[in-house]
Design a protein around this ligand. Structure first.
Ligand code: ZN
Length: 449
């Protein structure tokens, strides 16, 4: 064989070889079985809202790849009515992960290494409300409690896993002409049948989805001229029932000023559109979208760069973006020394929540790193590097650390170890949140539908 033919064969073999997501968690023993985390390739969600039955149901068809023989892991908070793996009816009971850090579902049947199909049917019970011939429904998320990402509504993978997702909506016995849809995907169709396609780099914390009757909201829309020449469509909306006075023009002014600032610091906005729901107290971020109050708006928008642009792969790296955003909220201070410690990076591997030390201690740590590298362009140099090089690839804390060491030409491992890997005395800090991200119960969120 010629040298070139060998090279061509190696290249094509590599192209088709299974490549596991970079931060796929290790498999674990579940009784006599082995629970294996997998790679969702595509997830097609068919959702039916039935106004007569007052029910919402999802049928999720998931194509996934397993990298070893074992029982596949996914998650869904509500109990599925049917789970079918490779055309065989199975079950998927809830199981605690080895360190008790979270709960997942493990399919009762073992699969061989390779590609498989999972079809899960389940009711959508959270944040759905029927009234007359209309429906209000949203897939709002939180990282302050576990199992509050997409799995709260639909069968889902985890933050390490980016998935090509499609959402097909059918409105039955609903006045579909009056339903508005706000989402950070591409919407096709109208009337009873809507299809929304999301970018393939989305994961379980990416999707913003909200449908509500048009006469229940006020909105303004405009275009924002990105520094790279794109005209970004922006929509800002609020429920008419929202408490107090809401001034969307004030939101628009702050949105433009914040995007100007962020584009100047970190480059073109990383998403094709901006969706802003003015609701609640504090906020929550999505890819190019947020549900937020006026005070947290700028904090949530920087999360479109850090959190939903440069993405965490799990709870142990999720604190980084809160620390970065809070450092910006504090107007980028620079410190030359640092005391104390935290355990933000060293929780059990499958931890899904963010350690709330991120907002305070984490922000101080960013200021310390900025001071340490002041002569080399400060921490913003690293942040710009991350946006340029690492968008949309869920990252572990080790990857954040290695990139920083590369950017400044000196290892920052010891700094992270001392200040974020703590000692056994330092416990996970889980407060009610911060002024920018407050824990809201489903009952509270229901008020904003
Ligand atoms: Zn935040």
């Amino acid at each position: 064989m010629s040298k070139f033919l060998v090279l061509a064969l190696v290249a094509s073999a590599t192209a088709f070889a299974a490549k596991a997501p970079a931060n796929l968690p290790k498999s674990f023993s579940n009784g006599s079985a082995k629970a294996v985390f997998v790679d969702f390739k595509t997830a097609n969600y068919n959702v039916v809202y039935d106004g007569a039955a007052k029910s919402a149901t999802v049928v999720a068809t998931i194509e996934f790849e397993s990298f070893e023989n074992g029982n596949p892991v996914f998650d869904l908070v509500s109990n599925p009515t049917s789970v079918v793996l490779d055309n065989e009816e199975v079950s998927a009971p809830s199981v605690k992960t080895p360190s008790n850090e979270t709960t997942v579902r493990v399919v009762s049947k073992e699969v061989a290494k390779g590609n498989h199909t999972l079809v899960v049917t389940a009711p959508i019970t959270a944040l759905v409300s029927f009234s007359g011939s209309s429906v209000k429904s949203a897939f709002w998320t939180s990282d302050l409690d576990e199992r509050n990402f997409l799995e709260r509504y639909m069968p889902s993978s985890f933050e390490y896993d980016t998935v090509k997702m499609k959402l097909k909506i059918e409105f039955k016995n609903i006045n579909s002409a009056s339903q508005k849809i706000y989402t950070n995907g591409v919407v096709k169709g109208s009337g009873d049948k809507i299809e929304i396609t999301y970018p393939e780099y989305y994961n379980c914390s990416s999707i913003f989805f909200h449908t509500t009757p048009a006469d229940a909201v006020n909105e303004i829309s405009f275009t924002y001229k990105s520094k790279d020449g794109r005209d970004l469509p922006v929509v800002i909306y609020v429920a008419k029932s929202a408490w107090g006075s809401t001034n969307l023009t004030r939101f628009k002014t702050k949105t433009i000023a914040t995007l100007d600032e962020l584009e100047a610091d970190y480059g073109p906005f990383p998403h094709p559109s901006v969706t802003i729901l003015n609701a609640g107290s504090g906020g929550m971020e999505y890819q190019g979208a947020t549900m937020t109050d006026y005070g947290a708006l700028d904090h949530e928008l920087i999360h479109s760069y850090f959190a939903r642009g440069v993405m965490p792969a799990n709870g142990n790296s999720g604190w980084m973006d809160e620390a970065i955003a809070s450092w910006r909220d504090n107007r980028y201070p620079s410190y030359t020394s640092m005391n104390g410690s935290s355990r933000m990076s060293s929780h059990a591997y499958c931890t899904r929540t963010t350690d709330t030390d991120a907002y305070t201690f984490g922000a101080r740590f960013m200021a310390y790193l900025d001071g340490k590298f002041a002569a080399q362009g400060g921490l913003k140099k690293y942040l710009r590097h991350m946006v340029e090089q690492k968008l949309f690839q869920p990252l572990s804390i080790d990857e954040y650390i290695n990139e920083m060491s590369d950017v400044y030409g000196v290892s920052v491992k010891e700094d992270f170890k001392r200040f974020t890997y703590g000692n056994s005395a330092a416990k996970m800090s889980v407060k009610a949140g911060s002024k920018v991200h407050r824990k809201m119960s489903l009952k509270e969120l229901q008020n904003y539908l």
